[in-house]
Design a protein around this ligand. Structure first.
Ligand code: CUA
Length: 418
């Protein structure tokens, strides 16, 4: 292939790549995109966007000024082929040989002052507004005795420990997973930490990202201006199933939220022989209760749930104390009110086929909507749906020994956990 054809092929390839990039970018802006950073639904996301859009505007202006100048200069002062260039259109090095050099200069005081001072002013202004926003985002206006939630990331799901009186030094009142349910228009302070590796908590329509680091507690807040269900995603690469570590924040009206709290505070009651779900409860106690807690039914009570980071971060000496040793009962999702949630398995599956966006959150557990297919497949062979780490020490294990009847019974039992 001659250099001319190669150049044409390259040009065609870059056009194709450009078109693909434009199409991908456009697709990522689809109106239905659940991880939407641009339509804020809370004061913190508003604060971020109030900073983001003006800075973006400045950046766009600078981009076009600089790129425009580059393109203009490149075209205006490009080397011209001598009139005697070969008729085959192929470039030839000595064609440019006697091109006249423009006058060579070094430095232009006025220009250099300009492109030093203008960016300095721009960046100073932007940094002042950035600092103001950072201070604002870290401001906690909630009172000491208001609701506070400890957020615990782990491979690959999120646990939410509710402290209704705001005192995070005592055992939590409610422990739930994957869905952080909050009252609308109330700032909820969060304490974000991790049981194993670094994760990052991010509900883009409500606030920015904050890392969950083992052995440390990072303060953060969450607040929604409107009732709704806001999707989030772990945003720090944390191992094989990082992409499957999702979560929701669900904002309910104050009255509905109280109703939700009342429901969550109640323990499950052990089922007696003959009651619907009893066989499933037996299967659960024999197979699942090693890791999963059901308050009032399994041996482990709330006091056994690791709470402060010190409880599960150990000495911090991970060589002496492998992180897998922290995977005891209480370090799998608490299932006391499993059926009151709308997703499971790190929020990668909907629990009900009629997706919760379209049903009121508190009524999501209406019978008849259960996503039985994914739930049964998950119980039978979880690693097949969501990869564990290589040595199988993280994530839910497979249960090849359970019969179809036992899995049916288990699902029946799980639906009783309202
Ligand atoms: Cu957890 Cu990525």
């Amino acid at each position: 292939m001659g250099p001319g054809r190669a150049r044409r092929a390259l040009r065609r390839l870059s056009l194709v790549l450009l078109a693909a990039a434009v199409a991908l970018t456009a697709a990522s802006c689809a109106a239905e995109h659940p991880l939407d950073t641009l339509t804020e639904a809370g004061p913190d996301a508003q604060e971020i966007n109030d900073l983001f859009f003006p800075v973006l505007g400045v950046a766009i202006i600078v981009f076009f000024l600089v790129q425009g100048a580059i393109v203009y200069l490149a075209v205006r002062y490009r080397a011209r082929r001598r009139a005697a260039a070969g008729s085959d259109g192929e470039a030839d090095e000595d064609l440019y040989g006697d091109e006249e050099y423009p006058e060579q200069v070094h430095g232009n005081l006025r220009l250099e002052l300009a492109w030093t001072i203008i960016p300095t002013i721009l960046l100073t202004v932007i940094s002042v507004f950035t600092l103001i926003s950072l201070v604002e985002l870290n401001r906690v206006s909630a009172a000491e005795e208001d609701l506070r939630v400890t957020v615990v990331g782990q491979q690959w799901w999120w646990e939410f420990q509710y402290h209704l009186d705001g005192d995070t030094s005592t055992p939590p009142d409610i422990v739930t997973a994957n869905e952080l349910v909050i009252p609308v228009r109330q700032q909820v302070p969060l304490e974000i930490t991790s049981r194993d590796v670094i994760h990052s908590f991010w509900i883009p329509r409500l606030n920015g990202k904050r890392d969950a680091v083992p052995g440390r507690t990072h303060p953060w807040v969450i607040e929604a201006d409107e009732a709704g269900r806001f999707m989030g995603q772990c945003t720090e690469f944390c191992g094989l199933s990082h992409a499957y570590m999702r979560m929701y924040t669900v904002a309910l009206s104050a009255a509905e939220w109280r109703q939700w709290v009342e429901g969550q505070l109640a323990d499950a009651s052990p089922l007696a022989p003959g009651e619907p779900g009893y066989e499933g409860q037996e299967v659960f106690l024999a197979n699942c209760a090693n890791c999963h807690v059901v308050n009032g039914v399994t041996d482990t009570n709330l006091d056994g749930v690791p709470d402060g980071p010190g409880d599960y971060a150990g000495t911090g000496d991970f060589d002496a104390e492998p992180i897998t040793s922290a995977l005891l009962a209480g370090a799998a999702p608490n299932l006391t009110h499993f059926a009151s949630r709308t997703t499971f398995a790190g929020s990668i599956f909907d629990l009900y086929e009629d997706r919760a966006e379209r049903v009121p959150y508190l009524e999501a557990s209406e019978r008849g909507y259960l996503n039985r297919g994914d739930l049964e497949a998950w119980i039978r062979d979880a690693p097949e749906r969501k990869a564990n780490d290589a040595d199988g020490a993280r994530g839910m294990t497979a249960f090849p020994g359970l019969s179809d009847g036992e899995i049916d019974a288990l699902v029946e039992y799980l639906t009783t956990l309202r």
